[in-house]
Design a protein around this ligand. Structure first.
Ligand code: ADP
Length: 191
């Protein structure tokens, strides 16, 4: 089973993906994590995307599609969870092609609905917690980048809600509920 978790920054996609990995042996494909890893390891691509990411803008479709393509070639286990990808209509079309090429299907798209005020609180808290635990906050977890990230979501990613609704595989769930309740809603969708 291959699924997409769709929702704005801070919606809880990563948390739910982590639970699916544990419970269903699925593979989490987070383009955000892959890009941060490239940034940290200092690859050419990492250097190229660093500033764009820190500002909160989207990196090019070409780069993220390339990252996903590489991952689809490996072991498929219990299926893929696409987390933070696709984020544009071009990425959504590319994903459909990539899945078709490897004989896979897209089984569900789960939209996690949350309101902006909660997102801002969650992200500010995530940054504070990281610092309190002796780590560093993500370079893009600040008020200014967050505004840009939210705008990128509404302008470039939210159109995917209509796109997947038209394709017939969209289910929207309440992302404001507790993590366990959200997990139960996800399980209901996946059956
Ligand atoms: P968020 O918490 O904002 O959902 P992510 O960890 O998914 O964050 O992504 C962090 C940043 O990485 C994004 O703001 C963007 O710059 C870049 N990024 C991640 N996934 C994509 C994608 N599919 N297309 C373009 N840029 C992406």
């Amino acid at each position: 089973m291959n699924i997409i978790l769709l929702g704005p920054p801070g919606a809880g996609k990563g948390t739910q993906a982590g639970r699916l990995v544990e419970k269903r042996d699925m593979i989490q494909l987070s383009t955000g994590d892959m890009l941060r890893a490239a940034k940290t390891s200092g690859t050419e691509m990492g250097k190229k995307v660093a500033e764009v990411m820190d500002r909160g803008e989207l990196v090019t479709d070409e780069i993220v599609i390339g990252l996903i393509r590489e991952q689809l070639e490996g072991d498929k286990k219990g299926g893929f969870i696409f987390d933070g990808f696709p984020r544009t209509l071009a990425q959504a079309d590319a994903l459909a092609d990539l899945l078709a090429e490897c004989g896979e299907t897209l089984d569900a798209v789960i939209e996690m609905q949350v309101d902006d005020e909660v997102l801002v609180h969650r992200i500010v808290n995530r940054a504070k917690e990281a610092v309190a635990n002796g780590g560093a906050a993500r370079a893009d977890d600040n008020a200014e980048s967050l505004k840009v990230r939210l705008m990128a979501y509404y302008k470039q990613t939210a159109p995917l809600i209509g796109y997947y609704h038209a394709k017939g595989n969209l289910t929207s769930i309440d992302g404001l509920a507790s993590m366990d309740e959200v997990e139960a809603s996800v399980a209901d969708v996946l059956g």
